[in-house]
Design a protein around this ligand. Structure first.
Ligand code: CAA
Length: 259
């Protein structure tokens, strides 16, 4: 039985809610293990999009658990970082899009969790920060490399060096989030976006996610090659044939099946 996290299914969308409100949803080892287990057990036949959010009205995730980290040795801290990073990498590599619905504080590991998702939307009370330097440490779950990818190196370095808090309007301005809504609207809007995604070809959506990840690593020729390979892989599928045939026959296509 998972005490700190729950998952619910709404048609093709799975919604994971981190629910450890007594510590503002801070991530300890147990919670990370539970998240890993849920991610490992997603059924991609029935799930085409994942939404991640936090329980309550105050926090998405207020970071890695400081009470847990306080007495860690160098070795234990390194292990904790590797565990967190491997789970967040898993999110980045899931074959379906992951939307973070950031419903309040997203600090330290909470900001990093949002950064590992494909898309971030936030409530108007959301606050982002990488405050690790104020705790005598550095981000351990991907903040040093994922933040600059999203907001550019200059702003990322400013946020990482100062630990400044970024409120929702500024987060929108710097591209840290795609949109800001009121708290009661947030999950509804995430589901709305998820529903749009789920209507599209899952093979295509998944291929875009893979290509966009691979091109970050490759040079321009590698980029073209990765795109060509994934482009090719979308063909000879029932979905591609049906969608293109329907377009040419000027009729609505049958719903995508993922086959
Ligand atoms: N770890 C453990 N417990 C936490 C926590 C965290 N990251 N964040 C909040 N809590 C706990 C508080 O200790 C408090 O517990 P008690 O009621 O038992 O005292 C409870 O949650 C409520 O928090 P506050 O009373 O502090 O609430 P507030 O409204 O006064 O402040 C806050 C809210 C600004 C988010 C504040 O709690 C805070 O600054 N939290 C720490 C945020 C932080 O520094 N996160 C980064 C951690 S480092 C990291 O994540 C490293 C990494 O990259 C892996």
């Amino acid at each position: 039985m998972m005490v700190n996290i729950k998952i619910e299914q709404k048609d093709y969308i799975a919604i994971i809610t981190i629910d450890r409100q007594q510590a503002l949803n801070a991530l300890n080892r147990e919670l990370l293990n539970q998240l890993k287990e849920l991610l490992n057990n997603i059924n991609y036949e029935t799930t085409r999009c994942l939404i991640l959010t936090g329980a309550g009205e105050k926090a998405f995730v207020a970071g890695a658990d400081i009470a847990y980290m306080k007495t860690l040795s160098k070795k234990q801290a390194e292990e904790f970082s590797i565990i967190g990073n491997s789970i967040f990498n898993k999110i980045e590599h899931l074959p379906i899009p992951v939307i973070a619905a950031v419903n309040g504080f997203a600090l330290g590991g909470g900001c990093e969790l949002a950064l590992a998702c494909d898309i971030r939307i936030a409530s108007d009370n959301a606050v982002f920060s990488q405050p690790e330097v104020s705790l005598g440490i550095i981000p351990g779950f991907g903040g040093t490399f994922r933040l600059s990818r999203l907001v550019g190196e200059g702003i990322a370095k400013e946020l990482l060096f100062t630990g400044d808090r970024v409120k929702a309007p500024r987060a929108l301005e710097i591209g840290l989030v795609n949109a800001v809504y009121t708290l009661p609207e947030l999950l509804e809007k995430a589901i709305e976006m998820g529903e749009k995604i789920c209507k599209n070809s899952p093979i295509g959506v998944s291929a875009i996610k893979s290509v966009m990840y691979e091109v970050q690593k490759a040079d321009i020729y590698g980029k073209m090659y990765a795109e060509a390979e994934y482009f090719g892989n979308c063909f000879e599928t029932e979905d591609q044939k049906e969608a293109m045939t329907a377009m040419l026959e000027k009729r609505p296509a049958k719903p995508f099946t993922g086959k």
